[in-house]
Write a protein that binds this ligand. Structure first.
Ligand SMILES: [Cu+2]
Length: 135
């Protein structure tokens, strides 16, 4: 009987923790944010536009007004990290999406590395996304 009681107390404590923890979801952590590719593939060639979405994984909502401070596009996934192409930020078409113009001179996998600051959050979002360029 003692064991069962202890077990119940433990479960009650867990429920209590879960309840207390719930409001904290509003206070997002920088790790809750993530860049996602809108389209995983792109046509190889000059001046192609890659669109990414920044989302809060906990709410599923897009995150507008992030400050992108670092971006790099190279062919590291195909063993060509020295094959780097220039990335030019473009105006987004909808809140929470970020667009970049780049020349994909070769078909294959390109890695887009992004660093960003989110309004009201400390730390940085850093993601590496793989875009496949097709002929
Ligand atoms: Cu290459």
């Amino acid at each position: 009987m003692k064991t069962i009681t202890a077990g119940r107390v433990f479960v009650a404590a867990l429920i209590g923790l879960a309840t207390i923890g719930a409001p904290n979801f509003a206070l997002a952590d920088i790790k809750d944010y993530e860049f996602q590719l809108v389209e995983p593939t792109i046509q190889a060639g000059a001046d192609k536009v890659v669109t990414v979405r920044l989302v809060n994984k906990k709410t599923g909502k897009p995150v507008p007004d992030a400050v992108i401070f670092a971006s790099r596009l190279d062919m590291a996934p195909d063993g060509m990290q020295e094959m780097v192409t220039k990335v030019t930020p473009m105006p987004g078409t909808e809140p929470g999406t970020y667009r970049f113009k780049a020349t994909f001179s070769m078909a294959g996998r390109w890695q887009l590395s992004l660093g960003a600051k989110v309004q009201g959050e400390t730390g940085t979002v850093e993601n590496k996304l793989v875009v496949t360029a097709q002929k």
